[in-house]
Ligand binder design. Sequence first.
Ligand code: PLP
Length: 811
Amino acid sequence: MAKPLTDQDRRKQISVRGLAGVENVADLKTNFNRHLHFTLVKDRNVATKRDYYFALANTVRDHLVGRWIRTQQHYYEKDPKRVYYLSLEFYMGRTLQNTMVNLALENACDEATYQVRVIHTAVSNSAPVSTACFLDSMASLGLAAYGYGIRYEFGIFNQKIVSGWQVEEADDWLRYGNPWEKARPEYMRPVHFYGRVEHTADGVKWVDTQVVLALPYDTPVPGYRNNIVNTMRLWSAKAPCDFNLKDFNVGGYIQAVLDRNLAENISRVLYPNDNFFEGKELRLKQEYFVVAATLQDIIRRFKASKFGSTEFVRLDLSTLPDKVAIQLNDTHPALAIPELMRLLVDIEKVPWEKAWDIVIRTCAYTNHTVLPEALERWPVDLFQNLLPRHLDIIYEINRRHLERISKLYPGDTDRICRMSLIEEGDVKKINMAHLCIVGSHAVNGVESSCITCYKDALAGHVQPRSCLTHLLNLQKIGEDYIRDLDQLKKLLDFVNDDAFIRDVAKIKQENKMKFAAHLEAHYKVKINPSSMFDVQVKRIHEYKRQLLNCLHIITLYNRIKNEPNKQWTPRTIMIGGKAAPGYHTAKMIIKLITSIGDIVNNDPVVGDRLKVIFLENYRVTLAEKIIPAADLSEQISTAGTEASGTGNMKFMLNGALTIGTMDGANVEMAEEAGEENLFIFGMRVHDVEALDKKGYDAVSYYNRVPELKQAVDQIAGGFFSPSQPGLFKDLVNMLMHHDRFKVFADYEDYIRCQERVSALYKNPKEWTKMVIHNIAGCGKFSSDRTISEYAREIWGMEPSLEKIAAPDAPR
Ligand SMILES: *Cc1c(COP(=O)(O)O)cnc(C)c1O
């Protein structure tokens, strides 16, 4: 342990870094104590860790307020084009940490909390929720951007592991309040459901609807040291005061009040499916709820433009695309397209062709997946009931779309069927991806078999400020890389510098020790910090192939048992991730991993040369701990299945080497760092396609490869589940007879590649040099760079690194 800093040291450190003036510290201390007293109503004798966290969060938040108001005033005065990012899901990070970094308050807060004797790291670790990395990038690039989504009362569940099985627990994250959000009941909007369509002389009317109110909560999104604070607005469902009351007599009052829950269920819980479309009515309600509330807000803001309408001049909605860009994150907010049509045609009385032109020029769509079971295909019947007017509009969009196609390709009925928004069959369905493609001017995403798009960008990029990096030796290249990841290339100048190599290796080792200490403190698990930390953390899914990792673990285990005296490279293999609650196979995969761990970890012959740890409840806060500590990053999905991935890049930036297939962004990572600096193995996309044509026969690999056969037989025979020998027979049956992701086909090459990994790990210097090549190759993966490209190419906006004026610090 380094000796503790004196107050003088700390002050010197702060001023040397130049990040925050010492004079701030006294104010921060005062404000911290003021919040503890007046906001939290506590004194030091009874304050909990959480109280200290809230006091600090409120203190930091005060520094945002002036900037937030000013930024919004600035937008009103300048009236720049706005970009709206619509998503049913925002990956939440750590607001407090992020805000302190972006406002350059981190050191001053460290100092202030130190001086008031509060351990800041302990405090910030219990942090809650924040914005996603692309919202941060948009603010950092000075774009007038807004994130719009749902304020779920329950976000993604917490995962508990009980006897090796996943158990879900609801995450009641709002129980203690959220210091970052501000409710805005004055901007509440009505959202309509059900009802029927009436054709009148005055146009089409959607009548007899049920109304749910959308109550907005705003969260600040600070840019990186540019005094800009954008808004993320999340909607919460509220029943109207007269909900159900009109329909009842006096005796129905109590029941009517109780039934308010039904309306308010819309924002109750996030559907936890991962790459799987379930088609539940409540989910469709959620999708329409966010879209309807958001579009009202967008049009209100457009109409309120200082340069727009006056009492006398009606604002012409044909200029909407000059002032508004709407980015659809996946097909989940696809209803924005028919809803905007409805608002333009039914409410604003814009003729159809003109309205359609406005919609297309306003909307853009990002495609996220190629898995067919993930595609949203809503039954027409559900629409007919819940959103009858939108169904009509979609039919009309489709009629015109198919008319155009058949003019372009006369007689090509196959093509017309393929490109229709409506899929015929037992159950008629609406293909939401097709709706998005037809209704947008820009589509970006991945190659898929039915739609041709462009290479994914936004889906998979890292935000340099939150993903960096407890690894880099900053003095070597300065701090410019925080804004401009391309600066990381400069690290190549030091790739042969022994002192630098030692520094990088040392920082990684420290991160590993820290993580080992965390595991020991929280889970009573002891791991060997000099072993290779081999990590696969991501959602549990067949296509991500945690099962291939399992087969490698078993193979290593068998090899050690066969030759216990050989010099094996010690590994701690850590796997973590949540399984969708209804995804049985994924849950069995978790049980298999924990069962293998039970056998391997308790085998005295193996000792600490091989440990298998399942990391419970993988989430952003755990990612921030494990990723900087990883030596090896497992990115082993079947080629052609991962749209992009983001985990892969986070590991690369934080000094782990990648073992991976040529899938998703691994391809670009290999391009940027040089393929020789990654451990690439297995089938390429064209190999997978060729194998599909030939017919994938798992059994032939099983029969031909003895170590594979042994591993599979052990799983099937109950070696890892002695008390329930048949536990994994379905899993094995899947692998042998209907494995869509061809695990066995990549087994041999994966094992050989892992041998090369183990060999290189024995040479720390060469390993670390390869790490440096990887970090230096990360420049391209900055979300700032991606957002800049988006801004110019899709949204028609110019990013800027200029600051706006800072307000006075809060007193
Ligand atoms: C980055 C990240 C992911 C995505 O990981 P992939 O490997 O790209 O699937 C999932 N969960 C958390 C908590 C993350 O931080």
